[in-house]
Design a protein around this ligand. Structure first.
Ligand SMILES: NC(=O)c1ccc[n+]([C@@H]2O[C@H](COP(=O)([O-])OP(=O)(O)OC[C@H]3O[C@@H](n4cnc5c(N)ncnc54)[C@H](OP(=O)(O)O)[C@@H]3O)[C@@H](O)[C@H]2O)c1
Length: 477
């Protein structure tokens, strides 16, 4: 009711505001206003922008135009979700899933055409219906913006025409308009905001109950379907520590096959629903990262979580130890993991999460911890500019563990947030009680990343196949 009341008031305001322009129909009135405002601009230059009504007119038009296109995408992705949940629709949608082989080549031209008529065409018609509704709503509420509100309909018509062309067998239309289904080597890992081939591949061959989006990734982010953990092999370093165990538990509960990487010899156990679960545990030591190469081939997500805090110590040994464990060992494992990414499937499915800590931007009252974690954070920022897979940073505030006995959060709660945010495809997963970190970290990350991009370059191929893994520096003393 309040929404309807506000819309009614808005409409009344618009009516009174623009009525003087013309006494014609709303359609003509809208057109007249475009004509008059353009004419005024041509006559008076941009000074005319100081007129509030004109500014509002263009802002409102832009909002309706962009909004109607976003609406079209929202309708498309929601229809896709529905198609996977409602058997009646799924019987048609499944044609779309039958079309492609794992390398995205078309299995059969006839099935491809059928998929256009049975899936893409109904999808476009639903989009058309809903975008025409937006146009109608705008013509009722803000007639002077109705031409802009048609943008979503025109946008949809492009898809409708291209779908008909593909259904009719046009190879040109397929190449030009079915961009997320084209075969060939992937050139980038799954993108954050716009659906690319590696993003969409996962919907077909990783998990068809996730990655629903077609153009913008917004719906997956909102639904928590931007990363499917079910069936993925996830290895966690520092596994016997507080966060390591909690992460293993929450990843296990999300359906992942977990592997503990621990520097201790005892196997890591978890308590799941009151029962003890023995996790597959692989023993490793800092400096011997290369020994994990074979294991990492079969790991989908590597969580680099091990770390130490030497607190107030500042001896040469403490400096070497802090950098070796917190920075260089993590970096070497990161590079080693990159070398396992050789195929399209690797690029689409594999990820690495690096626990860098909020010490990247805030004091941790432990200079060597801050120094080593900041160095790690900067290295990750530098390397993910051209990483062959998704790289996430875990930027965590103080939680209770042997590393930080006075931490205020619990490792269980932190791990739950990490998994939830990863499923929403957060690339920088911030979990802290310090509000400043939410402001400072994104600004710092953006500035450092832009700086690194401008003043460094990479000659490495996107595929990590030719990467040379750095030799570990042995820690003496
Ligand atoms: N606690 C906090 O307030 C906080 C805040 C932000 C970030 N973090 C980060 O979160 C991560 C987990 O820390 P936590 O708080 O859970 O501490 P934790 O309970 O002490 O766990 C850290 C784990 O790292 C591994 N590790 C320690 N020294 C190692 C070494 N020399 N070589 C190989 N592995 C070693 C150990 O696991 P294994 O024995 O199984 O190898 C250890 O249990 C760390 O990277 C830490 O910097 C912690």
């Amino acid at each position: 009711m309040p929404t309807l009341f506000c819309l009614g008031l808005l409409r009344l305001w618009f009516h009174l505001h623009f009525y003087e322009l013309s006494n014609h129909s709303p359609v003509i009135r809208g057109l007249n206003y475009y004509r008059q405002s353009l004419h005024l601009m041509v006559q008076n230059g941009f000074g005319v922008w100081v007129r509030g009504d004109m500014q509002f007119f263009w802002v409102a038009n832009t909002a309706w135009g962009v909004g109607s296109i976003l609406w079209a995408e929202l309708v498309r992705d929601s229809f896709h979700v529905l198609a996977h949940r409602w058997p009646l629709l799924y019987r048609q949608h499944v044609w779309h899933h039958r079309v492609f082989r794992r390398d995205l080549t078309v299995a059969n031209a006839k099935i491809y055409a059928q998929a256009q008529w049975r899936n893409d065409l109904p999808e476009c018609l639903v989009m058309l219906l809903f975008t025409l509704f937006v146009w109608w709503a705008c013509s009722q509420l803000m007639p002077v913006c109705q031409w802009a509100a048609l943008a979503g309909t025109l946008y949809t018509l492009i898809f409708l025409v291209s779908c008909i062309a593909r259904g009719s067998g046009s190879n040109w239309a397929r190449q030009a308009t079915d961009a997320t289904h084209l075969p060939g080597p992937f050139t980038a890992p799954p993108a954050r905001w716009l659906v690319n081939r590696s993003y969409h591949w996962r919907h077909h061959f990783d998990n068809d109950h996730a990655y629903y989006c077609s153009t913008l990734t917004l719906v997956d982010k909102l639904m928590g379907t931007a990363l499917a953990l079910k069936g993925k092999t996830v290895a966690v370093t520092g596994a016997s520590g507080a966060l390591g165990r909690s992460l293993l538990l929450h990843l296990h509960q999300a359906g992942a096959k977990v592997v503990a990487l621990s520097s201790k010899s005892e196997p890591v156990t978890l308590t799941v629903n009151g029962e003890t679960l023995c996790v597959k545990t692989i023993n490793w030591r800092v400096g011997e990262e290369a020994k994990l190469a074979e294991l990492l081939e079969n790991v989908d997500i590597l969580v680099l979580n091990h770390g130490i805090n030497v607190r107030g110590t500042r001896t040469p040994t403490a400096i070497a130890q802090s950098y070796e464990v917190n920075t260089f060992s993590t970096w070497r494992l990161l590079e080693l993991f990159f070398t396992t990414i050789r195929t399209n499937e690797n690029m689409a499915r594999k990820e690495v999460w690096v626990n860098t800590s909020e010490a990247e931007v805030s004091p941790a009252f432990s200079p060597l911890y801050e120094l080593s974690k900041r160095s790690l954070g900067d290295l990750v920022t530098l390397r993910r500019l051209d990483a062959p897979c998704v790289v996430r940073k875990l930027v965590l505030g103080p939680f209770k563990s042997s590393l930080n006995p006075i931490g205020v959060m619990s490792s269980d709660w932190v791990a739950r947030q990490i998994v939830a945010l990863a499923k929403r495809d957060f690339r920088n997963i911030i979990v802290t009680i310090n509000p400043l970190t939410y402001l400072l970290f994104p600004v710092k990350e953006f500035c450092v990343s832009v700086y690194f991009r401008f003043f460094s370059h990479s000659d490495l191929p996107q595929s990590a196949a030719k990467y040379k893994v750095p030799e570990p520096e042995r820690l003496h003393g």
